[in-house]
Design a protein around this ligand. Structure first.
Ligand code: SF4
Ligand code: SF4
Length: 131
């Protein structure tokens, strides 16, 4: 009797789940979606990779490469909180479903090269400054 009652109630009540990805929940305050790296600001310090509980970030500080194993991310946001230059953020968007492993590879300018670039730009500015 209890089971029949439950069955009928579930049959005629509103569904508790959605047909993702066709139906998506609207975002809300504190929503943690896709991880985004503003690679131009990244200093390749590796703090995100060291703190990530699922070890899905790899950083090559010499070459300026930042890699994310997309499907291994558990959306905890620890990397975002850890990043010293705040170049990581979580977009209010769901990651699309994939079949197989997805590696996101971003290329930027490593810290040493960035510093050399800044020095060169400063020297150029100084050299062309009007007298
Ligand atoms: S959100 Fe969490 S699991 Fe995903 S990359 Fe950042 S630290 Fe790792
Ligand atoms: S913590 Fe931030 S600056 Fe450091 S490697 Fe990660 S994304 Fe780049």
């Amino acid at each position: 009797m209890f089971m029949t009652k439950n069955l009928l109630r579930n049959l005629f009540s509103k569904k508790a789940t959605r047909m993702y990805p066709h139906v998506q929940r609207p975002d809300f305050e504190g929503f943690r979606g896709e991880l985004h790296n503003n690679i131009e600001k990244c200093i390749f310090c590796k703090a995100c990779a060291l703190k990530c509980p699922s070890q899905c970030i790899k950083v090559d500080s010499k070459e300026g490469i930042w890699e994310l194993d997309v499907m291994a991310c558990v959306y905890c946001s620890i990397c975002v909180e850890t990043c010293p230059v705040k170049c990581l953020s979580m977009k209010a968007a769901f990651r699309k479903p994939f079949i197989g492993r997805q590696i996101q590879t971003l290329h930027g300018t490593p810290k040493a090269k960035k510093a050399a670039k800044d020095d060169a730009a400063a020297a150029e500015d100084g050299g062309s400054a009007p007298e």
